[in-house]
Design a protein around this ligand. Structure first.
Ligand code: SF4
Length: 617
C-alpha cells in the first residue's frame, strides 16, 4: 500500500547525477531527500530516500505528465544506485507556494507505470535508430519563419542545410535567413564544408561506437584490452588544495579517490576469471577521462550496474589508481565492486564542427569578412608588405633582439611582421622554432599588436610561454586545469589575476591589457575569447593537428602564422576512411604545397647530428 504521511529529515545530495547501465537511463536529480514514511496500517515508520525536483513555474495539464514521468525515472535510478526501495518522488512548483498543497505533489513509484514508460522509451529509440545510423543525423528543417527567426542555431542550421544537404533558399523555407547565412558561399566553398563536416562525422561516430562498447562487451575483454579496470574497491578519499584540483571542462574536481583491487567476493562463482592484480599494466594513464561505476554483488544471472561519477585519472601505480572527482563517492553498497572505464572525449568533435561552420560564416570582426574562407578554401595567395614597412613599428629593443637570431630565424620573424594574411614557418626538431615563436610574439607585442598563441599540447604551449616569461612579455595563460600548466606560469593565469584585482572592473582591465593570450587549440570556450579578436594568431604544432582543429584559433584573429613540420607525424586520425579522404593531411601541409613562397624554412640545426637529421627527414 501507499504510505500516508512523510516527514522529511534532511538533504542527502543535490545536483545528483545518476546513470543506469542496466536500463539505459540517466538524469540529474535536483536533490535527494531522506524521509520517514508512515505505513498505511499505522504499524510504524520506515526510512526512505526520495528524489526531489524543483520546477520554476506552475503545474499545468500540458506539463504534468512529463514531470511525473521524469520523477518516475528518478525513483528507478535512485533505487538502483542506492540498493533501496524508493516509494515516491516529490515535485515542487515554485509559483504554487500559496496553494493548499503549497505546490508540492508526490509521485508514486508505480511499477506498472514505470514498465509502460520504459516500453514506450524503447519504441521511440527503435524508431530513431535508422536515422541515427545515417550521416548527418539531421531531422528535416521546419520551414517556419517564426520558429526559425527566433532560433539561436539558425545560421548554422542554414549552413549545414546548404553544405550537407545541398539545400537552397527554397528548400530551407525562410529565404531571407538562408541568404543571410549561406547566400555568399560558392559551390567550391559548399563542397569544402560538406567534405569536412562528413570527415568530422566519420571520426565522431567511430568514437561514439567505441564509447558504447563499455555497455555491450564483457568487462574481462575490456580489461584485457587495457581500457577498463574492474573488481576494484575504494581505499581512500582526500580533498585537494586549490592548487592541486582539476577544473577541466568547467568541472571542479577536488576529491582524490584511491582505488585498489578488491579481495575476491565470497559470492563469486567457483573459478571466476581474475584480472591481473597489477593496475599499472592497463593502458589507462594520468589525464584520461574515466567513468566510475558500481556492479552489485553477483547474485543470480543479472548484475545491475550503475554509474557513480566521471573523473580524471591523476595517477596510475602498480597497486592503486587515483581519480579526481567533483564530490566524494557515496558509501559503497554491500558486496558491490567498482570499475573504471576509459571514456571517449566527444566534446572535441562539437568544437571541430563549430569551427567549420564559423569558417563558412561571414566574420563581422574581420576587416574583410570572407578573407579567411578565401585563403583556406579558395587557396587565395597570401599578401605581404615590403620588409621595411613590416619592421618599422618595432621598438629599438625588439629590433636589437632580432640580431641574436640566425639568418633563417630573423627572416621568419620578418616575414611574419610583413604578412597581411598569413605566414608559414617550417622547421625540423632542433631548428629553434620555439625561439622564433617567442621572438615573433615579442616583436608583434612591441609593435602594438595583440596575439593569440596556441598549440595542441600544454607542453608545447608552455615551452614558448616560459621563454616569453623570461623576456618579460606580459601574457595571459588560459587553461581549465591548473595542474597541466607549468608552475612557473601560474602567475599568468586568470586565477592569479583574480587575487590581485579587488573589483570586477579592475579584473576586466587587467585581462584586457594582456596583449598576448595563450591557450591550447581545443580550449577555446573561455568567456574571454568570446569578446576578443586578435591581430595575429600563432599556431604551433600545426603539422600535427587536423584542419578543423587548426581553424579554431585561426578564426579568432585577422592574420595567422602556422608553425610546424609536416614531414614529422601527421594529424592523428582513427578511421582509415577519414584519413584516406584527407583528414590526415594538415592545413599547414596543404598551404605549404599551395604557396611555397609563403614558407620560411629554418635550416640551422642546433640539436641533431646531420646523419640523424637525414634519417628523420
Ligand atoms: S533554424 Fe533550423 S534548427 Fe532552428 S528552428 Fe529552424 S529548422 Fe529548427
Amino acid at each position: 500500500g501507499l504510505p500516508t504521511r512523510l516527514r522529511l529529515s534532511g538533504v542527502v545530495a543535490s545536483e545528483h547525477a545518476l546513470t543506469s547501465y542496466t536500463f539505459g537511463l540517466k538524469g540529474t536529480l535536483d536533490a535527494v531527500l531522506s524521509a520517514e514514511l508512515d505505513s498505511p496500517g499505522g504499524c510504524g515508520a520506515a526510512r526512505a530516500l526520495l528524489p526531489f525536483e524543483l520546477k520554476t513555474g506552475r503545474r499545468t495539464p500540458s506539463n504534468s505528465n512529463d514531470h511525473q514521468a521524469q520523477l518516475l525515472v528518478y525513483t528507478l535510478l535512485l533505487s538502483e544506485a542506492h540498493g533501496a526501495h524508493v516509494p515516491a518522488g516529490l515535485l515542487l512548483y515554485s509559483q504554487m507556494a500559496n496553494t493548499d498543497g503549497r505546490g508540492v505533489s508526490a509521485v508514486h513509484a508505480d511499477p506498472a507505470m514505470l514498465e509502460s514508460l520504459i516500453i514506450h522509451r524503447n519504441r521511440v529509440a527503435a524508431g530513431c535508430a535508422p536515422q541515427a545510423l545515417q550521416h548527418g543525423r539531421m531531422p528535416p528543417v521546419l520551414r517556419d519563419a517564426r520558429a526559425c527567426g527566433g532560433c539561436f542555431e539558425r545560421a548554422h542550421c542554414a549552413l549545414a542545410h546548404a553544405a550537407l544537404e545541398g539545400g537552397d533558399a527554397a528548400s530551407f523555407g525562410v529565404e531571407a535567413l538562408f541568404l543571410e547565412a549561406a547566400g555568399h558561399l560558392s559551390p567550391l566553398q559548399l563542397s569544402y564544408g560538406r567534405h569536412w563536416l562528413e570527415l568530422v562525422d566519420i571520426e565522431r561516430r567511430a568514437a561514439e561506437r567505441r564509447s558504447t562498447l563499455k555497455f555491450t562487451r564483457p568487462a574481462g575483454e575490456l580489461e584485457e584490452e587495457g581500457v577498463a579496470l574492474t573488481g576494484l574497491r575504494l581505499a581512500g578519499v582526500e580533498q585537494l588544495s586549490a592548487a592541486q584540483l582539476s577544473t577541466e571542462g568547467g568541472h571542479v574536481r577536488s576529491w582524490a579517490h584511491t582505488f585498489t583491487r578488491a579481495p575476491p567476493s565470497p559470492d563469486s562463482p567457483a573459478s571466476p576469471p581474475r584480472p591481473s592484480p597489477h593496475l599499472g599494466a592497463s593502458k589507462l594513464s594520468a589525464g584520461d577521462l574515466v567513468a566510475v561505476s558500481a556492479m552489485a554483488a553477483p547474485r543470480g544471472a543479472a548484475r545491475p550496474r550503475w554509474l557513480l561519477a566521471s573523473g580524471i585519472i591523476s595517477e596510475v601505480g602498480a597497486d592503486e589508481v587515483v581519480v579526481l572527482l567533483e564530490a566524494p563517492l557515496p558509501p559503497p553498497r554491500h558486496g558491490a565492486r567498482l570499475r573504471l572505464d576509459k571514456e571517449e572525449v566527444l566534446a572535441g568533435f562539437g568544437t571541430c564542427r563549430s569551427n567549420l561552420l564559423l569558417l563558412l560564416s561571414p566574420a563581422a570582426k574581420r576587416e574583410e569578412p570572407l578573407r579567411l574562407l578565401q585563403l583556406v578554401v579558395d587557396l587565395a595567395p597570401p599578401r605581404f608588405r615590403p620588409p621595411d614597412e613590416g619592421l618599422s613599428p618595432l621598438s629599438a629593443e625588439a629590433a636589437a633582439s632580432l640580431q641574436t637570431l640566425n639568418a633563417d630565424q630573423r627572416a621568419a620573424v620578418t616575414r611574419v611582421l610583413c604578412a597581411r594574411d598569413y605566414a608559414l614557418i617550417l622547421g625540423m626538431p632542433g631548428t629553434g622554432k620555439t625561439t622564433v615563436i617567442a621572438h615573433t610574439v615579442r616583436a608583434l607585442a612591441s609593435a602594438g599588436q595583440t596575439v593569440l598563441l596556441s598549440a595542441y599540447t600544454h607542453s608545447a604551449l608552455d615551452n614558448v610561454l616560459l621563454k616569453l616569461d623570461e623576456m618579460g612579455v606580459p601574457l595571459l595563460r588560459l587553461g581549465e586545469q591548473l595542474s597541466r600548466i607549468h608552475p612557473r606560469l601560474h602567475k599568468h593565469t586568470v586565477e592569479a589575476l583574480l587575487e590581485s584585482a579587488h573589483e570586477p572592473e579592475q579584473l576586466s582591465a587587467l585581462l584586457r591589457d594582456r596583449r598576448v593570450v595563450a591557450t591550447t587549440s581545443l580550449s577555446l570556450s573561455h568567456a574571454l575569447l568570446f569578446e576578443r579578436f586578435f591581430d595575429v594568431c600563432i599556431v604551433d604544432e600545426a603539422g600535427q593537428i587536423t584542419e578543423p582543429v587548426c581553424l579554431g584559433p585561426m578564426r579568432l584573429a585577422e592574420r595567422f602564422v602556422l608553425v610546424g613540420d609536416h614531414f614529422q607525424l601527421p594529424p592523428l586520425v582513427t578511421e582509415p576512411t577519414a584519413g584516406e579522404r584527407g583528414m590526415a593531411t594538415s592545413l599547414f601541409s596543404r598551404l605549404c604545397q599551395a604557396h611555397p613562397a609563403a614558407v620560411c624554412r629554418l635550416r640551422m640545426q642546433y640539436r641533431m647530428a646531420a646523419d640523424i637529421m637525414a634519417i628523420s627527414s
